[in-house]
Write a protein that binds this ligand. Structure first.
Ligand SMILES: Cc1ncc(COP(=O)(O)O)c(C=O)c1O
Length: 389
């Protein structure tokens, strides 16, 4: 297997780290870091400094970046808004939609991240809206009806792997005039995400080997034209009238007031180019091989209760009678990074088939069989220590 770790300086400076919290944050390859340095070193000019050689270059690069990121999910540049991440994207779109929808139903899955629930609750709580939660693909398909105004769901969850057929779900949504919001924060790293199978797509660059504090809000053109910006300030204004009236420019900057995170935007572009260079097929093949090996080896640990399936990239498990947080802390203080708890997905606990807390190991394509051997050895031989906790 190729040594992908060489592409990521985090492994140079932390050669012994076993990093298995990729669902929270993925490491950054050299070219992503370099894209930020290049901006600051060579053309660190605001897009507002528009009447200058470098100002024009930065503005043009920004437009090219918008197009590259939009195209990544089959959208065009008039459908792509830069945000600070998935959470920001969901907050903005929930607020936008709350202006045009006043009654009906919003459907979530039990596996939604809280950032794909709470912005909707907050923006719709004073309206005549019912919130419904569903489990499987079949349940979701059966639940959508003429009263359903929004389905807000993850294409891939950050907890249990539940297969959702986005094509089928979107077809059903279209039949009832329902807006489909695809939280692609996890999916976009591992598989194809497309605006042809949703009305809205949100994701963060951080999990995509890109910078923290950057994200995308992609809204289908036919819908975006009906929505208005929910952030206000410089750069978006055409004119301000004498009273409360003002007009915005009609380009995408109407949604992006203020000086953008330009270094972050160029690093985001470098991250997409990095994924395109490595290729989804390589990423998938490598991840699936490691995921299966991790599953097989974890199953050999005495008293380990596995809650995920063989091949899942996110594996949830527990050690019998030991709190998940104690195990995560035991590992974390031995340079093995996992997570414990419910991973901001609070609603799945309501389903009787699940526990209140799990240990989560989430892999990226740079993980190796040595990483797996290391965590498994600690879990096996830390037995006495763990029992003692
Ligand atoms: C499925 C899902 N949605 C939303 C988020 C929130 O993303 P961010 O913290 O980058 O805004 C996460 C983060 O883990 C996630 O996994």
């Amino acid at each position: 297997m190729k040594d992908f770790k060489k592409m990521f300086p985090m492994f140079k400076y932390n050669p012994d780290i076993v990093y298995l919290d990729n669902a929270a944050l993925a490491f950054k390859p050299y070219e992503v870091i370099e894209a930020g340095n290049e901006f600051y070193e060579k053309y660190s000019i605001s897009t507002r400094t528009a009447d200058s050689t470098l100002g024009i270059k930065v503005a043009q690069d920004l437009q090219i970046t918008r197009k590259i990121i939009a195209n990544f999910v089959d959208a065009n540049e008039n459908e792509m808004i830069f945000t600070s991440g998935t959470t920001d994207s969901l907050n903005q779109v929930a607020k936008m939609l709350s202006e045009v929808i006043t009654e009906g139903e919003i459907i979530f899955t039990y596996y939604n991240h809280s950032s794909n629930i709470v912005p909707f609750i907050e923006n719709f709580k004073n309206k005549n809206i019912k919130f419904t939660y569903v489990d499987s693909n079949e349940e979701l398909l059966a639940a959508i009806n003429e009263n359903t105004k929004i389905v807000a769901m993850p294409q891939v969850t950050n907890n249990f792997h539940v297969y959702y057929n986005m094509k089928e779900i979107y077809q059903t949504c279209k039949k009832y005039g329902t807006i489909l919001v695809n939280d692609a924060a996890q999916a976009v790293v591992h598989e194809k995400v497309s605006i042809n199978e949703a009305d809205v797509i949100v994701f963060s660059s951080n999990k995509l080997f890109g910078p923290t504090g950057m994200g995308a809000l992609v809204i289908k053109e036919s819908l975006i034209d009906k929505l208005s910006p929910k952030k206000w300030g410089g750069g978006q204004v055409q004119a301000i009238g004498s009273g409360c009236d003002w007009t915005s420019r009609n380009t995408m900057v109407r949604f992006e007031p203020g000086t953008p995170n330009l270094a972050g935007i160029f690093q985001f572009k470098a991250a997409i180019e990095f994924i395109n260079k490595v290729g989804y097929q390589t990423i998938q093949d490598t991840e699936v091989e490691i995921a299966k090996y991790l599953y097989d080896e974890l199953m050999k640990v005495p008293n380990l209760e596995m809650a995920s399936h063989r091949g899942d990239r996110v594996l949830l498990f527990n050690l019998k009678n030991i709190p998940a947080q104690d195990v995560a802390s035991f590992l974390g203080h031995r340079n093995v990074y996992v997570r414990s708890g419910t991973f901001c997905a609070h609603k799945f606990k309501e389903l009787p088939k699940y526990n209140n807390s799990y240990i989560r190991a989430s892999i990226a394509f740079y993980n190796t069989k040595e990483d797996v051997d290391h965590i498994v050895s600690l879990l096996k031989h830390g037995g006495d220590f763990l029992d003692f906790l």
